[in-house]
Ligand binder design. Structure first.
Ligand code: FAD
Length: 258
């Protein structure tokens, strides 16, 4: 799967009537770990400096069970700051409605998103996949999602694609007439894909995951929108590989950020 939207055959703003036909429809999200400085030893360093001052890595590795126990204790008793001395930068490509929810996470996150002012936005749009539950039942706070019928899936795909094409054609028409990108983009829908860099640390990621994923070990269940959960699940998989002890302690303690 490519993180790069469909390439245009025309100049950035030039009239290009074929682009709305070239529109790409995606059902998945992209999450790449761009760079990181994150390991369980970062947590141990930070925690032990308060009691033992500077220590060597060898010393930390001498007693793995003690290290595991210390991380678990910090998690359980919600001593959160030792989990902040690490960093993970993700490239994320997802629909705008996902970013709108994502950027509500203010603490311990840095964001940079592609610009709709400095470049033409590419026609890449979200359409739910066949496994996306389509129908909501019950009332807010106490509802569940169930599969849609084949007809509902067909209708959703068709109506979304038509609507996206129409919106993108309007965008192109304005650009071709010389209207600024920052004005013309107003007609584009929240199903349009955007991309961003998001940098966090393990503590802020745990807070995000506690709210934006569903998990059998979660002590406090959350009910996130499926598409942001898809992003969360991929970030979680990267993080689990980098910091297995911290990840294990997070799950063992009910997935509540310390
Ligand atoms: C399932 C779900 C449904 C949601 N529905 C809606 C909705 O309908 N409408 C809507 O507007 N939002 C909604 N949200 C967003 C939600 O209200 C939060 O904005 C979002 O989850 C970010 O959480 P946060 O503020 O804890 O995170 P962060 O902004 O990262 O903050 C982390 C923590 O820092 C502390 N903190 C941060 N800022 C302050 C502050 N100003 N004052 C005091 N303490 C602070 C708090 O302890 C907070 O938990 C929803 C979230 C979820 C998970």
């Amino acid at each position: 799967m490519s993180q790069t939207p469909a390439a245009s055959t025309q100049s950035p703003d030039g009239p290009d009537s074929s682009d709305s036909e070239l529109a790409r429809f995606r059902s998945e999200v992209t999450v790449e770990l761009v760079k990181h400085s994150a390991a369980d030893s970062d947590v141990l360093w930070a925690a032990r400096v308060s009691t033992a001052g500077e220590q060597s890595l060898e010393e930390l590795q001498k007693d793995p069970e003690r290290s595991k126990g210390l991380i678990n204790y910090l998690m359980r008793d919600r001593h959160g700051s030792p989990f902040e001395h690490n960093s993970m930068t993700f490239f994320i490509s997802a629909p705008i409605f996902v970013f709108r929810e994502f950027m509500r996470h203010r603490v311990g996150w840095s964001y940079n998103e592609e610009s709709g002012r400095y470049r033409r936005l590419e026609p890449v749009f979200y359409v739910p996949g066949a496994d996306r539950k389509l129908v909501q039942q019950g009332r807010p706070g106490k509802y569940e999602f169930v599969e849609g019928t084949t007809e509902q899936h067909e209708l959703t795909g068709r109506v979304m694609e038509d609507s996206y094409r129409q919106a993108y054609a309007a965008y192109q028409e304005m650009l071709a007439a010389g209207v600024a990108r920052e004005v013309a983009r107003a007609v584009l829908p929240v199903g349009l894909y955007s991309s961003m860099y998001a940098t966090c640390n393990a503590r802020s990621l745990m807070h995000f995951l506690g709210l934006r994923t569903q998990h059998e070990q979660a002590q406090v269940p959350s009910f996130p929108q499926r598409e942001i959960e898809m992003v969360g699940e991929q970030m979680e998989a990267h993080w689990a590989r980098l910091m297995p002890l911290t990840y294990g302690a997070f799950n063992a303690n009910g997935r509540i950020a310390p």
